[in-house]
Ligand binder design. Structure first.
Ligand code: PLP
Length: 383
């Protein structure tokens, strides 16, 4: 760490800060909850794309393997000693050679698909390789995105296709209740979590009753992972965003604003007093284009503004953003801007809407303790 500044004020902006104590608390909170329910965590590393963060999650306990969203992440984490990896985006034939290479090197990689046509293409292509591809069937348990409905006949058709094919082994089912991001109360999050669990168990039971193996039943999203109260029959829970948390999670009351570990450090580069704006050097390239709180009761713009130590500056938001410019103003348009809080060349922190998309803008993180920089951590990127 010889060339890394020791104080936040010395950092070149924009850059990404992770408040280490908050990261550790967030990790401990979910590890404890899943442990109490007698289950295991398969953290989704797409949120942070960091081996260092993943090591802290492992230290938190109850971890079985990792989830990745790209094969590049799989390669990076495998090169850093992680072997039990679930690639949780539907596989296509053009990625099988990369997957095969990982498996041949000893990676216990698992891939997913969710329909008979893709399963047919994959089984045909898989026959060209000298390895076994482990697959999970992706389920749709909430109408949110991908997956096959648990009661659908196609579930059994895919299992039969896999059974008849060379080089493919069925490992189970998985689902992600992304609709939990629309659940604003704990009751709704709990109902969504139970639905995610029960429909996954239904699919597993149907497969087993028809004579197929289904050792893995993998579920999870951050809101449902925290809400769920009984995980009997579930083998693992996947969540990612919880490690950092963000304004979307705070808007759903899954965490408090004070729990958000990730922020973007920005410099004040201008004052537009007639418009009651302050301009910063953190636009949407730094914050990302994600406007995840736009449909929340509290719209946080492109991010909530905090002082250098991370304390919220009374409702100032990045209300608009260009590529490398952030425009700060009070949430209440009629409220005059307190320019004393934004001197030119001073730095502020901005809490993001969506931790995954903001983190993905950066090649490294500065781990911080209030105004002190503790470490600089590498982030992997790409596909
Ligand atoms: C397949 C899958 N599993 C797990 C997760 C983790 O959920 P969250 O981001 O809410 O932590 C995601 C997130 O998008 C996902 O796509």
């Amino acid at each position: 760490m010889t060339d890394t500044p020791t104080s936040i004020a010395q950092l070149v902006t924009p850059c990404c800060l992770i408040e280490k104590s908050k990261l550790l608390n967030n990790i401990a909170r979910l590890s404890a909850h899943i442990g109490e329910l007698g289950c295991s965590l398969r953290p989704h590393v797409k949120t942070h794309k960091s081996v260092d963060v993943t090591k802290l999650i492992e230290d938190g306990g109850n971890v079985t393997g990792i989830t990745v969203s790209t094969l590049q992440e799989a390669q990076h984490f495998f090169a850093n000693g992680y072997t039990n990896i679930l690639y949780a985006v539907g596989i296509v034939p053009n990625k099988l050679a990369t997957a095969a290479s990982l498996i041949e090197q000893g990676c216990d990689l698992k891939v997913i698909f969710d329909n008979v046509s893709m399963a047919t293409m994959i089984t045909e292509k898989a026959a060209e390789f000298d390895c076994t591809f482990k697959v999970l069937i992706e389920l749709d348990t909430d109408g949110h995105r991908s997956g096959i409905e648990p009661a659908n006949q196609a579930l059994l058709d895919i299992a039969e296709l896999v059974k008849q094919s060379k080089n493919i082994a069925l490992c189970g089912v998985m689902t992600h209740a992304g609709e939990s991001y629309s659940c604003f109360t704990h009751e709704d999050q709990l109902a969504m979590a139970r639905q995610e669990r029960d429909l996954s168990l239904l699919a597993a039971e149907r497969l087993r009753a028809a004579g197929f193996e289904c050792p893995m039943v993998s579920i999870g999203s951050t809101p449902t992972a925290f809400a769920i109260d009984d995980l009997t029959g579930i083998t693992e829970v996947r969540a990612g965003v919880y490690a950092f948390f963000d304004l979307v999670m705070a808007g759903l009351n899954v965490c408090g604003v004070e729990d958000i570990a990730i922020s973007v450090l920005a410099s004040v580069i201008g004052h537009q007093t007639e418009k009651q704006w302050a301009i910063t050097d953190a636009g949407w390239m730094a914050m990302s284009r994600d406007r995840g709180t736009a449909n929340h009761p509290t719209d946080q713009g492109y991010g909530l503004v905090c002082d250098i130590t991370g304390n919220s500056l009374n409702d100032y938001i990045v209300y608009d953003a260009n590529q490398e410019h952030g425009i700060i103003r009070h949430k209440n348009v009629d409220h005059a801007m307190n320019y004393n809080a934004f001197p030119l060349a001073s730095v502020i922190r901005v809490l993001p809407n969506h931790a995954c998309s903001t983190a993905a803008q950066f090649s490294h993180y500065y781990l911080v303790d209030k105004e002190k920089v503790i470490e600089k951590w590498h982030v992997t990127r790409g596909w």
